[in-house]
Design a protein around this ligand. Structure first.
Ligand code: ADP
Ligand code: MG
Length: 253
């Protein structure tokens, strides 16, 4: 059975894209067939896998707004088992254009329906908002994975996110589950990081992954080389922890 996982948090810069790209690459390396859907107009997942956005003529926008079959828009990455539905800045207009369309919350789900069975995992990188693009991702998903940055205001906004998830469960997608919460950018030199992990653990209890993603310079360098960290520097701490996270995600298969 395919798992469709939305990687969501309306805060920017918490590690959504880093987690999407690297988890996708690690799952693919372990032989799972993976589709990464870039649903952020910034297209950072798209460029993080080595695609030059200037070369991409059609993207997720065309299926969301113009009903182009998703299959025609999916591109193979240079990595085995890893396909991408890219995003370009064109997607920025979709948030507004979706409003007046039929089935505006369920358009990604409908268009994914025909291709999702080609994959073991579909990972959706969400934009930093709770607008219609994120709602489409949550409606299409079987579960949601929430990256939370180890910082002072870590839980700020989380109750709003959880409310949105509840609303989607009630009205659009009753089967939506919480996949898990992953702590990112952990700094072992500070007490703050440890305190934040304790606080978030109290809130999410067993839903927090054992794997904690540290701050790692290789993780921040890899996107500018258009590579997941397991390719850019396979021996780095960043590569090790995302492989560990992939094992935890697969553990629930
Ligand atoms: P989001 O998609 O939630 O906006 P990103 O994944 O783009 O967040 O991360 C924000 C910035 O932080 C990026 O520049 C990214 O390279 C960097 N970053 C993310 N995770 C880490 C990490 N564990 N260690 C170091 N830098 C990180
Ligand atoms: Mg992002």
């Amino acid at each position: 059975m395919v798992k469709v996982i939305a990687i969501a948090n309306q805060k920017g810069g918490v590690g959504k894209t880093t987690t999407t790209v690297n988890l996708a690459a690690c799952l693919a390396q372990k032989g799972r067939k993976v589709l990464l859907i870039d649903s952020d107009p910034q297209g950072n997942s798209t460029s993080g896998l080595g695609f030059d956005k200037r070369d991409i003529k059609k993207c997720i926008y065309d299926t969301l707004i113009d009903d182009v079959p998703m299959k025609e828009l999916i591109i193979h990455s240079s990595y085995d088992n890893l396909d991408v539905l890219p995003a370009t800045i064109q997607l920025a207009g979709a948030e507004i254009e979706l409003v007046s369309l039929m089935n505006r919350e369920g358009r990604l789900k409908s268009s994914l329906e025909r291709v999702k069975h080609d994959y073991d995992y579909v990972l959706i990188d969400c934009p930093p908002s709770l607008g219609l693009l994120t709602i489409n991702a949550l409606t299409a998903a079987s579960s949601v994975l929430i990256p939370i940055q180890c910082e002072f205001y870590a839980l700020e906004g989380v109750s709003q996110l959880m409310n949105t998830i509840k609303l989607v469960q009630r009205n659009l997608n009753p089967a939506l589950k919480l996949e898990g919460v992953v702590m990112t950018m952990y700094d072992a030199r500070t007490n703050l990081s440890a305190d934040v992990v304790d606080e978030v653990k109290k809130y999410f209890e067993t839903k927090m992954y054992n794997t904690i993603i540290p701050r790692n310079v290789r993780l921040s360098e890899a996107p500018s080389h258009g590579q997941p960290v397991i390719v850019y520097d396979p021996k780095s701490k960043g590569a090790m922890v995302y492989q560990e996270l992939a094992r935890e995600v697969i553990g629930d298969e």
